[in-house]
Design a binder for this molecule. Structure first.
Ligand code: NDP
Length: 357
């Protein structure tokens, strides 16, 4: 059973050789005696999520208030398998609610070929209806149909509250979340403007995803670009980046606008004392702005998840959602795929194919 463990806690950018180690730990599946509610899963596809970087840091009691209790529990120790999520096949269980051969999207996996799940299994498992596989590739369930797409769908709908004709600005727009937010916003009739870090990504946003405007934030002054592309101001800012980007965007936000805080990727690799202090937060009350964050798990298992799956499967079948994913082959390449999330090379979602189905 090949897997990847944490070798050392990264301080800045994670590095494949310094911080990760490929191990091969035998698991005797045939003779393994399972306790109640235990499972052995064969992992098929694992998704690569930037938030995992937050679980790799050393616990710093001094800065405890920066992480909530749940994420403290998730911190990975040296020698432990890195946490992961994705699509798996149940190959052994004595839980009567599941059977061997079922496909599930599981939240509590590791970066490994087989996962022996010992506790809190069922609330972290979501059945995959095999009938859908004739229209939708299995990899899409790891990428976005179960959890990934729920983040942009639910947060835009319930925090962003989009109205036809409004303007939305999306940062990291060619990333996994950004590309879906932009397309959902187009379906809802908004003017969609996005920023991304390369000309290739800008081209993808304009020509494939049909954004109304997009620009390369590394080549363009953000303030000028927002004045030009959002002439009526911003009604919804979909925040993926944080730091100085947030500070600049705030100046363009309209009265009663909404800021959906999905993530702040520009801050994740910075030590606490070097995180960017946004200087114009008073605009939030001066313009009656609502700024709200969320964690996708709060929507899992709710009616919103059902709404999302229904809308998304219809949109995909109708060709309303263009979707790009990068599939990396083999668990031995997972650490490299993860590290590359932070250098801006990826367009859309990166997932790892661990095993054939
Ligand atoms: P992706 O890995 O798909 O894309 C990340 C992109 O962010 C990169 O390709 C890069 O694109 C951009 N980026 C990376 N570093 C920086 C930086 N320092 N400054 C500006 N841009 C940067 O990410 P996702 O779409 O999966 O995630 C986007 C955000 O949403 C993240 O902050 C993530 O943590 C968060 N998230 C939150 C969830 C929740 O439940 N709240 C759920 C899922 C994701 P570019 O070339 O444009 O710079």
């Amino acid at each position: 059973n090949k897997g990847v463990v944490l070798k050392a806690h990264p301080k800045g950018m994670p590095k494949v050789d310094e911080h990760f180690e490929l191990v091969d730990r035998t698991i005797d599946i045939e003779n393994l005696k399972l306790g109640e509610n235990e499972f052995v899963l064969r992992n098929l596809y694992l998704s690569l999520d930037p938030y995992v970087r937050l679980t790799l840091k050393e616990h710093e009691p001094k800065h405890e208030r920066t992480i909530n209790k749940a994420s403290k529990k998730q911190l990975v120790q040296i020698g432990q398998i890195i946490i992961g999520a994705g699509v798996s096949e149940i190959i052994k269980t004595n839980n009567p609610n599941f059977k061997v051969g079922d496909l599930v999207y599981a939240l509590n996996l590791g970066w490994e070929e087989y996962s022996h799940i010992k506790s809190d299994a069922t609330s972290n498992f979501f059945f995959i209806n095999k009938d859908l596989l004739k229209d939708i590739p299995l990899s899409y369930f790891a990428s976005f149909i179960k959890r990934g797409g729920l983040a942009p769908y639910a947060s835009l709908k319930y925090i962003g509250k989009p109205k036809e004709g409004e303007t939305i600005f999306v940062s990291a727009a060619a990333g996994f979340v950004g590309q879906l937010v932009g397309q959902i916003a187009k379906i809802k009739g908004l003017r969609v403007v996005g920023s991304a870090g390369s000309d290739e990504k800008v081209d993808y946003l304009l020509n494939e995803l049909k954004f109304d405007a997009a620009f390369n934030y590394k080549k363009t002054d953000l303030n000028k670009a927002l004045s030009e592309y959002c002439p009526n101001g911003i009604d919804i800012y979909y925040e993926n980046v944080g730091g100085q980007t947030l500070e600049t965007v705030l100046n363009h936000c309209n009265q009663f606008s909404r800021i959906v805080v999905c993530g702040m990727i520009s801050q994740y690799n910075l030590p606490f004392n070097e995180k960017y202090g946004v200087k114009n937060l008073e605009i939030i009350f001066l313009r009656s702005i609502t700024m709200q964050g969320f964690i996708v798990s709060q929507y899992l298992g709710t009616d919103i998840q059902n709404e999302f799956e229904k809308d998304f499967t219809e949109w995909i079948k109708a060709g309303k959602i263009v979707y790009r994913e990068k599939v990396i082959d083999g668990i031995e390449n997972i650490a490299e795929g993860f590290v590359n999330l932070f250098d801006g090379r990826n367009i859309g979602r990166t997932i790892v194919k661990v095993s054939d189905y």
